[in-house]
Write a protein that binds this ligand. Structure first.
Ligand SMILES: [Zn+2]
Length: 101
């Protein structure tokens, strides 16, 4: 597992660059070296969806099992932070936009 690289010049993207790109609606990222605009692959977008969905499902399940709300809230926050930290590693980029489905 490593951070994605530019598909043109192989320049590695920084964690912060990818993290910032993931908050944009288009999620495009520009290579700081060669200036190529890249978009996350459909697979990355799906992983991103799962990464945001999993903490929600787990906290909901804990709530169903009768754990105190404060505790499930804490788990939810921890999992969300963990997801955000790992997310840039799950991305891969291509130099054209893929349709979502
Ligand atoms: Zn590049």
């Amino acid at each position: 597992m490593g951070l994605p690289k530019c598909c043109k010049c192989n320049h590695p993207f920084s964690w912060r660059n990818i993290f910032r790109a993931s908050f944009k609606f288009s999620q495009e990222i520009k290579c700081p070296k060669c200036g190529t605009k890249m978009y996350p692959t459909m697979k990355s977008r799906q992983k991103m969806g799962i990464a945001t969905f999993v903490p929600l499902v787990i906290s909901f399940a804990l709530q169903v099992f009768g754990l105190p709300f404060k505790f499930t809230m804490l788990i939810f926050l921890l999992l969300s932070v963990l997801g955000m930290i790992l997310l840039p590693f799950l991305y891969s980029f291509v130099d054209h936009e893929e349709p979502l489905w």
